[in-house]
Design a binder for this molecule. Structure first.
Ligand code: NAI
Ligand code: MG
Length: 354
């Protein structure tokens, strides 16, 4: 039987509650698909600060590097907000991503037909949307040097090298090959030199993927098109800052932040986490929606090449939603019964083992 070593980083706030449900579901599909998971827990974020005075201890990085994949909850909370920057939970996550070389962030926006009313957009606009944003995560203007600020002047630098663009473009084209075979590369090539290079390199990489269609779009237009007609997109490929903004915009097409998974890949080990944070306002109440984390676990299985197990989870979520079960965040959208975090996890696990 195939055994996968999974590093489990539950983190803070609702992190432990939602990750526990994802593990429940993973155990259920493992039994069904004849695979095995070895879960090893490590501390990250505020809970690591409390024990090690360090939001990303070496032991955690070592544990992650020694695993097949990482399942991550969420970090942060008011308890640690006053600490100096390097001790803040958020620095822990940045350090982890950097240490593991996770340069590509993948955020799918999947619409469940059962929840079309949860979106602020019209159902006919969003029904059938199936897009994913591939964002470069460790370069661009957020990391570029020089950077500077005084009272009268401040600047940042947007830098991309050919090598960085090639790497992220390959991720996007590979993703599109597995999906609906279209890449929309988003830039601002009418204004920025860095975008001119981006376009040139993306065109070159595209030649390796003859069955994938490539189009270019300016970021301002992309922001508009995402709301006007999101169905036109399959894979959106973009740099760090544009991707930050567009992936948040794309996530709102879906409706609830509690539904959205993500993958950060590129290094030796992929990291899978919900896009939301630690939700301190609802932590410990048993009302957090675990679906974003359970979908992240499904992405993790895809990444491990366990497609059947991954699909089993997606189908199960769909069934539970079709049956009208909702956590509190989705209680106004065609709910038949409101369930707790743990009940939602159990329902999905149960259906996944049918
Ligand atoms: P948040 O995503 O934690 O919460 C925003 C709102 O969405 C809150 O009202 C929350 O209750 C709700 N929400 C989030 N996840 C939910 C779920 N699964 N089910 C139901 N409702 C959910 O963002 P916020 O409040 O800005 O940040 C809280 C903390 O999380 C901060 O310390 C922040 O730095 C951290 N954070 C951590 C991230 C990570 O771990 N990757 C990402 C974003 C924020
Ligand atoms: Mg963001």
């Amino acid at each position: 039987m195939k055994t996968y070593k999974i590093a489990v980083l539950k983190g803070d706030g609702i992190g432990p509650e939602i990750v526990d449900e994802a593990i429940k579901v993973l155990d259920a599909v493992a039994e069904k698909e004849g695979i095995n998971f070895e879960f090893n827990e490590y501390l990250i974020g505020g809970s690591a600060v409390d024990v090690f005075d360090n939001p990303c201890p070496d032991e955690t990085i070592k544990g992650c590097l020694n695993s097949d994949a990482i399942l991550f909850g969420s970090i942060g909370g008011p308890k640690w907000d006053k600490l100096p920057k390097e001790k803040r939970p958020e620095s822990g996550l940045l350090k982890l991503r950097k240490s593991l070389g996770l340069f590509a962030n993948i955020r799918p926006a999947i619409i469940f037909d059962e929840l079309v009313n949860a979106s602020t957009l019209k159902p006919e606009v969003i029904k059938g949307v199936d897009l994913t944003v591939v964002r470069e995560l460790t370069g661009g203007i957020y990391f570029g040097e020089p950077r500077y600020k005084d009272d009268n002047k401040a600047y940042n630098t947007m830098i991309y090298t050919r090598e960085e663009i090639e790497k992220i473009a390959h991720v996007a084209f590979k993703e599109a090959s597995k999906r609906n075979k279209k890449v929309t590369s988003v830039d601002k090539a009418n204004v920025l030199e860095v975008s001119e290079l981006w376009r040139e390199v993306v065109e070159e990489v595209a030649k390796n993927y003859p069955d994938v269609e490539l189009e270019h779009m300016y970021v301002d237009n992309a922001a508009m098109q995402l709301i006007r007609d999101p169905k036109q997109f399959d894979v959106i490929l973009t740099g760090n800052i544009f991707g930050d903004i567009l992936s948040d915009e794309a996530s709102m097409i879906v409706g609830s932040i509690g539904l959205l998974p993500s993958a950060s890949i590129g290094g030796k080990v992929g990291l899978f986490e919900p896009i939301h944070g630690s939700a301190p306002d609802i932590a410990g109440q048993g009302i957090a929606n675990p679906i974003a984390t359970i979908l992240s676990a499904s992405m993790m299985l895809d990444y491990l090449d366990e497609k059947k197990a991954a699909d089993r989870i997606k189908k199960s979520i769909k069934k539970v939603l079709a049956d009208g079960y909702r956590t509190k965040d989705l209680s106004s959208f065609d709910a038949k019964e409101i369930v707790t975090t743990s009940e939602m996890g159990s329902l999905i696990a149960e259906n996944a083992s049918n």
